[in-house]
Design a binder for this molecule. Structure first.
Ligand code: IVH
Length: 684
């Protein structure tokens, strides 16, 4: 190979590496990929091919080297050049203020700027970069000596192998970046589902899952685990100087290409406390778990002056959130019959206060869960309530057993109607076999009118139950045949309420097809699958003609779901109900004017997401938008159809406004995903 040829090859290799690193950064750190999977794969394949032909060009920081090939026997030890400390805790405003007073005393001034950051519930690691390249990585261990996890960290694509150097900043010789490895809640759930399918042992919580994934002997397994890092500190630099404040360090870490914790600066403890409360409120809606707020003195010079006690810095502390787990007793297990006839076991607990809310019930999911956790009536259990999610039994405290605990037996007959119960082999659930089971009907109607289905305002659970008891509703289509005069005459109703209810029922007839499909209560079909079915078939009529093969051919729908859909559609009783919908004038097609058949509502639109969303995570929102046909990109240009701005949106929103690109809110996003196109996006 001539010298110029070699130069060109090297140049291409460099280009590919930069592009792949950039794509990893966009995907894992920014949550905003600009490359399609296939484009990413093409770059990677090209790089692999060149490296195979020119092994001399392979470097340890090449993206192809992220996944090692062989498991290792154990982890080598790494001594941390600077100890990795822990934090003192405060549990109240009062304790925070006495911490603040101590800080002021040691600093010799009351003029102190603080920063707050969420305290991520994961594992601390330290990654050392030499001349901008990842050199090694270690767990915190005992704070002095940790495990060498370099190969696993290399396998984690959310972590840069090379630092992106901002212009004008001299490359530090050796720099150690510290941060928290964590797993997102949704990724954790999906991983546990996968583990359950493979018959593996489940992880207890995202933190456990992150720890287990990080300590894999085989980096190929770590590579498949969705680990993320939030950097929160520069441990040290060997040459050169650190920026003067924690805040500036974090900005530098961001420029290097790290995701950092969301840091805010405050001039007084009042605001620090307000920020702690804000994080506490946001806790339940975040896509990852946090267990407190970390408060630090911003100035690194002041930090040094304030110093350390034992193994904790005096200049930082953690406001620990109130516990979300409590110990209580399991008094009984009851059965709820779900809308598709599933028998759902429910734990009845000795009432216990968790974070200010009295908890007396917890979900037990299914009998396999009861067996797996070996839950017996009378057991002392740990119960967890995290935000809005239904409380759960985390585990049984087996050492508290007295011998009087009774293992639970699922019933063979439906506790609501007495019909025999069916259990398919290999399926965790039991079902009531009586399609007319009153408990099923109640749950089915509650679901049909709910916000995720036909969204009929004013038809609450109690009123629906009343209509069922009166014999007015035998199936969901009966909602469209109600006798409004009789309703107006019901005790506690009157003309006005009846009129309002009638209006919402009428309005619901125009709901998009996916809502009706979701409302039908087909086993295994939720919002996501309902949307896929509506997209593919475009009408209830077409869906009724569908074969298992056709349904199964939809990406994202498997054979069990496909069979369930077709079984449902072919059941004469269900067909009768669907005919009733048509007769009542309920919309059963995807009649979105101006779109080609099977066209999706957002086809041809280019959207950019920015800011914090409340109802969805970014990747969820992106996925939904893409499924609805949109092209979701990360940067705003004249070609952008609209920017969807959540809370605290920044430069992207500003840029959109300056270019005259419409800026939409989260409400518009919700409506768009429900099939309504905001006026700004409607083509003339
Ligand atoms: S700073 C000397 N910032 O909390 C200060 N730690 O209890 C060192 N953690 O070992 C820690 N989020 O694993 C800091 N934003 C954050 C953090 C954080 C989580 C963890 C970290 C540390 C532990 C201390």
């Amino acid at each position: 190979m001539s010298e110029t040829q070699a130069d060109t090859v090297q140049q291409r290799v460099d280009e590919l590496r930069v592009a792949i690193d950039r794509a990893n950064y966009e995907y894992y750190v920014l949550d905003a990929p600009s490359l399609a999977d296939a484009e990413y794969d093409a770059l990677m394949n090209e790089l692999k091919a060149i490296e195979a032909a020119h092994p001399e060009l392979v470097t340890p920081d090449s993206p192809t080297q992220r996944v090692g090939t062989t498991p290792q026997a154990g982890f080598a030890e790494v001594r941390h050049p600077r100890a990795m400390l822990s934090l003192s805790n405060v549990y109240s405003e009062e304790e925070l203020r006495s911490w603040g007073a101590r800080v002021e005393r040691f600093a010799g001034t009351t003029d102190i700027t603080f920063v707050t950051e969420p305290k991520i519930d994961g594992l601390a690691i330290a990654i050392t970069y030499v001349n901008g390249r990842m050199h090694h990585a270690a767990t915190r261990g005992d704070g002095f000596v940790g495990d060498d996890i370099t190969r696993n960290i290399r396998a984690t694509k959310s972590i840069p192998m090379r630092l992106n150097m901002p212009s004008g900043v001299p490359m530090p010789g050796t720099i150690e970046v510290r941060g928290e490895i964590y797993m997102r809640r949704d990724d954790f759930e999906a991983l546990n589902d996968r583990m359950a399918e493979d018959g593996g042992k489940l992880f207890m919580n995202p933190r456990n899952a992150a720890a287990g994934s990080l300590r894999q002997k085989d980096p190929r397994i770590t590579a498949r685990r969705p680990l993320h890092l939030f950097a929160y500190q520069i441990g040290y630099v060997e040459e050169g100087e650190l920026p003067p404040t924690q805040y500036d360090c974090m900005m530098l870490l961001r420029e290097f290409g790290f995701a950092t914790t969301d840091i805010r600066r405050h001039d007084s403890l009042d605001i620090v406390w307000a920020s702690c409360q804000e994080w506490l409120e946001r806790r339940a809606t975040l896509p990852f778990e946090i267990d407190g707020t970390v408060i630090k003195v911003d100035s690194l010079r002041l930090q040094d002056e304030i110093g350390y006690v034992a193994r904790e810095p005096r200049w930082a502390t953690a406001y620990k959130f109130p516990a979300i787990q409590q110990v209580t007793r399991l008094l009984d297990i009851q059965i709820n019959v779900g809308r598709t006839g599933t028998l759902n076991p429910l734990a009845i607990l000795e009432p216990v206060n968790i974070g200010g809310v009295t908890v007396a019930r917890a979900t037990l999911h299914n009998e396999e869960e009861i067996a797996r956790k070996d839950i017996r009536i009378g057991d002392t259990v740990i119960v967890q309530r995290a935000g809005d999610v239904i409380p759960q039994i985390v585990k049984v405290m087996e050492d508290r057993r007295t011998g009087s605990e009774v293992p639970y037996q699922m019933p063979d007959t439906c506790p609501s109607c007495g019909a025999p119960v069916h259990k398919e082999p290999g399926v965790a659930m039991r079902y009531c076999t009586n399609a007319a089971c009153p408990a099923q009907l109640r749950e089915h109607i509650h679901h049909f009118v709910s916000r995720v289905a036909m969204d009929i305002d004013g038809l609450g659970d109690k009123l629906a139950d009343r209509f069922i008891e009166l014999g007015w509703i035998h199936d969901a289509a009966d909602i469209y045949r109600l006798d409004w005069e009789a309703i107006a005459n019901l005790e506690g109703m009157g003309e006005k309420s009846a009129g309002n209810l009638r209006e919402s029922v009428e309005r619901s007839k125009q709901q998009p097809l996916w809502r009706l499909i979701n409302g039908l209560g087909i086993r295994h079909v939720g919002e996501r699958t309902a949307t896929l079915l509506a997209d593919r078939f475009g009408s209830l009529d077409a869906l009724q003609q569908a074969t298992v093969e056709e349904v199964n051919a939809i990406a994202g729908i498997g054979s069990i779901v496909a069979e369930s859909v077709v079984d449902f559609m072919q059941e004469p009783r269900n067909q009768a109900v669907m005919r009733k919908f048509v007769e009542a004038g309920v919309n059963t097609t995807d009649g979105r004017d101006g779109h080609k058949e099977n066209g999706r509502i957002l086809d041809g639109l280019t959207l950019v997401l920015t800011g914090r969303l409340e109802t969805l995570t970014r990747p969820e929102a992106e996925e939904k938008l893409r499924r609805a046909g949109a092209n979701v990109t990360s940067s705003v240009s004249k070609k952008t159809s609209a920017v969807i701005a959540g809370a605290d949106a920044g430069s992207k929103e500003t840029k959109a406004r300056s270019l005259g690109v419409p800026v939409l809110g989260e409400d518009d996003l919700t409506r768009m995903l429900a099939g309504e196109l905001p006026a700004e996006l409607q083509k003339v």
